[in-house]
Structure formats: structure tokens, C-alpha cells
Design a binder for this molecule. Structure first.
Ligand SMILES: [Zn+2]
Length: 373
């Protein structure tokens, strides 16, 4: 399935429209979209940031399944990607679901209703991904079922998925280490003692080169680094596992931390833990940090300086009350910071080079066209 039009793809670029602005018509040209061919290395055209989208071509954090209630059909989420130029995506389920009998779609609307880890959404995603992934898209299936507080159950779950879909799951997460938003639904922080019990499944993930994406709140506005020791324990115990810290530990509960202090803490963790990556997904991060002058002053140099350690994405959640407009807006908001990055960082983060390297994918991000003044 092509993204926009078929044909005329010699350079891997689809020229939607060539418009030379004149005095009479100053209409900007429609953005030029890429296809997977642009990521096959030799001969691919360079990426012109002045004419092509500043949004990421990778969505490394996309929940195809909601906490409860009806989901946006798989085919429709795929159409959102095609409509917005996203070519690579992780297929996340959701780590913890509301009971099937619950009328709720969002846990915060139903405090007291228990959220429980389940394999349900991973099986649904796998069945859909196998039969409904269009040719022009590269999807990576993720295991979202693990209950990190009950590590003994994780290998058993992996075996169930292996039996049905051997070799298909190439990512694990988003799994929750500590998420304050779900405390009211019976999910407290994972006890520090449980982390030692991860050794068995972490060894399998290492063998398979599967990254683990962890949601771990750094803290809250009262105590910004309250939960840092939990994440540090994980990083210290499993230094050879590729680990993605989602949202850089930020959340709705932590919107007022000094950006310079947060960026310095992240830089120090990246330097001490070479297999750690950060995902900068979720619009809350842009709303509270990236979009303020102090935030940009702290994070643009941080992201440029650690450009090989950052993954982009939306954190879109496919509950039926959402549509293409919501996805498009979340992609634009979470990509806004990318427009401020230097070309090398843009290539690594927005054009997917980090994602390909982390997963060992046989793709190569196009280089950014040099600007001739
Ligand atoms: Zn998420």
C-alpha cells in the first residue's frame, strides 16, 4: 500500500506537488513524503528540512489498545500513520487493563477499579499485525503484559507468545515500574526487592536483543526525584540490557521541575549507563517543558548533545473516542522540539537512525541536505 501515490519513486521520494512560489501565488508546496525506499541507503535522496515535514517518521510509543472499552480498529490506526508520514512504529498494547466488565475506558475516571497486567492485548495486536500490516509500513510488536512486581510470571507469558508467534515480538514495554497515576487503581510502585527477580527474563531479552521500555515516574512536584532510586536500581542491576526510560521520567505529577536540573540529571544517567535510551514521547512533556523558553534553553542543547540516545513518539492511546485529528495533533506536538534540533540530531531522532540501530533493523536514515547559503 503506498502512502500517497504510486510511481515516480526513483529516488525514494514522492513529489506531491512542485510549486514554485510566484508573486501571484505564494502557496507553499505540499510537504514531500517519504516511503520506506528512502531508508534503504545507497542512492536515497537527502532530506530537505525546509520543505519536508519536521515531524518524526518513527512512533516508538504507540498504544494500539486502550485500558478498557472499544479500541480504534487496527486498520484505522495504520491509516493514521499513513496519513501523517509515520513509517515505523512500535505496536504497544497497554500494560494494565481494566476488567472486561468495567464500563470505563480510562482508569482515572474509575478510581478503585483494579488495573491488572494481561496478555489479552498482546495477542490481539499480534493477530492484527500479522494479517493487516500494509507493505509500506514497518511495525514492531511489543510485549506489554509483564507485571514487574511478579517477575516469575514474565517468562511464562513470553513462552505463551513464543508458542503462537515465534520471533515476532521484538520489544517489551511499556511496562510500569512506578506510575503515580495508577496508584488509585491498586497499582503501587514495584517493590525494590522484586527487581532482583527479573534476572531470568532480562537474560532472555539480552540474548534476543529486545529493548525494555519502562515507565518510571521520576517523582512529583513536591519531591521531584522521589522514585529515582528505583530506576537506578534497575540500571545498576542490568547494565547490559538496552533499557528505554519513557517520558524521561516526567509525568502530569511532575510538571514544575527545573528543566536545567532535569536535563543535567538525565545527562549524568546517560553517561553512567551506556545502554540507556530516553523516549521523549507524550504531549505532557512538550506542554510542561519543551514549549517554554527555559525548557527549550535546557533541552535543545541536551538533545543535540545526546542525540544518539533519544527516541521519538506520540504515546497515542487508541481508545474509540480518538480519531485521526487527535493522532495528528499528538504527532505534531511531540515533534515540535525536533524542529529546533541540529541536523545530526534530527537525523538520529526524527528520521529514525537511533531506532534502526537499537533494533538492528536493515534501514538507514537519509542524510539531511546541506544548506547552501
Ligand atoms: Zn505510554
Amino acid at each position: 500500500m503506498s502512502l500517497v501515490v504510486a510511481g515516480a519513486l526513483a529516488a525514494g521520494l514522492i513529489l506531491v506537488e512542485v510549486a514554485v512560489p510566484t508573486e501571484a501565488s505564494a502557496q507553499p508546496a505540499a510537504p514531500v513524503r517519504l516511503t520506506l525506499d528512502a531508508f534503504r541507503g545507497a542512492g536515497a535522496a537527502c532530506y530537505d528540512r525546509s520543505a519536508q515535514p519536521q515531524t518524526a517518521v518513527v512512533d516508538s510509543h504507540l498504544h494500539f489498545r486502550p485500558f478498557g472499552g472499544p479500541a480504534v480498529p487496527f486498520e484505522e490506526v495504520v491509516q493514521y500513520l499513513e496519513a501523517t508520514g509515520v513509517l515505523f512504529a512500535n505496536v504497544y498494547g497497554i500494560g494494565q487493563m481494566l476488567p472486561p466488565s468495567s464500563p470505563c475506558t480510562y482508569y482515572l475516571d474509575c478510581p478503585g477499579t483494579p488495573l491488572t497486567p494481561t496478555l489479552r492485548n498482546d495477542f490481539v495486536n499480534a493477530a492484527n499485525a500479522v494479517t493487516k500490516t500494509p507493505e509500506g509500513l514497518h511495525l514492531t510488536l511489543s510485549m506489554t503484559f509483564p507485571d514487574l512486581a511478579d517477575p516469575g510470571s514474565v517468562l511464562a507469558g513470553m513462552e505463551l507468545l513464543d508458542d503462537e508467534y515465534p520471533g515476532l515480538f521484538r520489544w517489551m514495554g511499556e511496562v510500569n515500574l512506578v506510575k503515580q497515576a495508577v496508584f488509585g487503581n491498586g497499582r503501587g510502585p514495584v517493590p525494590a526487592e522484586a527487581i532482583d527477580g527479573w534476572a531470568g527474563f532480562m537474560a532472555v531479552l539480552r540474548e534476543r536483543g529486545i529493548p525494555l521500555a519502562i515507565h518510571a515516574d521520576l517523582g512529583n512536584d513536591e519531591e521531584p526525584t522521589l522514585y529515582l532510586p528505583l530506576m537506578e536500581k534497575v540500571l545498576g542491576a542490568y547494565p547490559d540490557n538496552p533499557i528505554v526510560w519513557v517520558h524521561m521520567g516526567l509525568s502530569r505529577e511532575l510538571t514544575t521541575m527545573d528543566p536545567a536540573r532535569h536535563a543535567a540529571l538525565m545527562a549524568s544517567l546517560l553517561e553512567r549507563h551506556p545502554n540507556l535510551m530516553l523516549d521523549i514521547t507524550w504531549r505532557v512533556i512538550d506542554d510542561a517543558y519543551f514549549s517554554t523558553p527555559e525548557g527549550r534553553a535546557a533541552y535543545v542543547p541536551f538533545l543535540n548533545g545526546h542525540a544518539e540516545r533519544i527516541l521519538p513518539g506520540t504515546d497515542f492511546l487508541a481508545s474509540r473516542d480518538k480519531d485521526l485529528d487527535v493522532y495528528r495533533e499528538e504527532l505534531e506536538v511531540t515533534s515540535r522540539i525536533l524542529g529546533h534540533l541540529d541536523d545530526e540530531a534530527f537525523r538520529n531522532i526524527a528520521l529514525g537512525e537511533n531506532y534502526f540501530r537499537l533494533l538492528g533493523l536493515d534501514y538507514e536514515a537519509p542524510r539531511v541536505c546541506s544548506v547552501n547559503p
